[in-house]
Design a protein around this ligand. Structure first.
Ligand SMILES: [Zn+2]
Length: 268
């Protein structure tokens, strides 16, 4: 397996962000960027995610013509966009297209946190919408990997509109009987969580992923109630009934494949 995505460090060793132990880069990559000492799941690029999840060479990227403009003339937005494009080699924070999973067609969108915090502006919202519509039109499953700090503030109300637009697309998927599976990866927050992410038919999450509406700092400032130590984690959400299952990265491909097989077979 080959991973084209950047993981932020170079050299023969990488250091785990949680336990700080040194890990052979090669072993780390073979372990899908999960620390073998403490189980920490490092964030991965959209490219790496696609390569580790779907059938080799099957991903067909679509919607590449979409690029953000600067509708509000927001200070420094254009420069930030250009910087993010250069850093990631992508036009925006979501990569969308069609792929195969154990031979079955699936409509796919993968969010990349390294592109402006995976924030959802008009382009990300349109890509998610098209991903869900392709699933509805083709009668195939939609799989969306979420990784986002929320709506993109530089696009103001246009970003917030994406919450309604993507959620409406989920409904089209549902009407067509096409299953929609969301995977919460670190972090899945704010406008994305309150938009298309939370209304999936099946919600999986990676261990330790931060999941919540307001950020941790805002929540602490609000001091509305005592919250458990693991507040706003995938584990807390599982206990609260908000997600269906926590799936370690190594088991994600097989779990998604089983779900797609079961949910699409049930439609026949
Ligand atoms: Zn570790």
């Amino acid at each position: 397996m080959r991973f084209g995505g950047k993981i932020g460090q170079s050299g023969a060793f990488v250091q785990c962000a949680r336990c700080k132990k040194a890990i052979f880069r090669r072993e780390f990559e073979q372990n899908l960027f999960v620390c073998q000492h403490c189980g920490f799941h490092q964030r991965v690029s959209a490219t790496a995610r696609i390569e580790m999840t779907f059938d080799e060479g099957s991903f067909q990227v679509l919607d590449t013509e979409l690029a953000s403009i600067d509708p509000l003339q927001f200070p420094e937005y254009r420069a930030k966009l250009e910087g993010a494009k250069e850093k990631t080699g992508q036009n925006d924070g979501v990569v969308s297209g069609l792929a195969k999973l154990d031979g079955r067609d699936v409509s796919v969108a993968v969010s990349d946190f390294t592109f402006m915090g995976g924030s959802m502006g008009s382009v990300a919202g349109e890509k998610i919408t098209r991903t869900l519509e392709r699933a509805a039109d083709g009668g195939i499953a939609a799989i969306v990997f979420c990784a986002s700090g929320g709506a993109r503030m530089q696009e103001g109300l246009l970003s917030l509109m994406q919450m309604a637009k993507t959620t409406a697309a989920v409904e089209r998927c549902r009407s067509a009987g096409a299953p929609y599976i969301a995977v919460f990866t670190d972090p899945t927050m704010a406008g994305v969580l309150a938009g298309y992410a939370s209304v999936a038919d099946v919600i999986l999450a990676e261990p330790g992923a931060q999941v919540g509406f307001a950020g941790a700092r805002v929540s602490k400032q609000a001091q509305v109630a005592r919250v458990p130590d693991d507040f706003q984690t995938a584990e807390f959400c599982l206990r609260s009934g908000m997600i269906d299952r926590i799936v370690p990265r190594r088991e994600m491909r097989a779990t998604l494949s089983s779900l797609v097989r079961m949910l699409t077979a049930a439609r026949l």
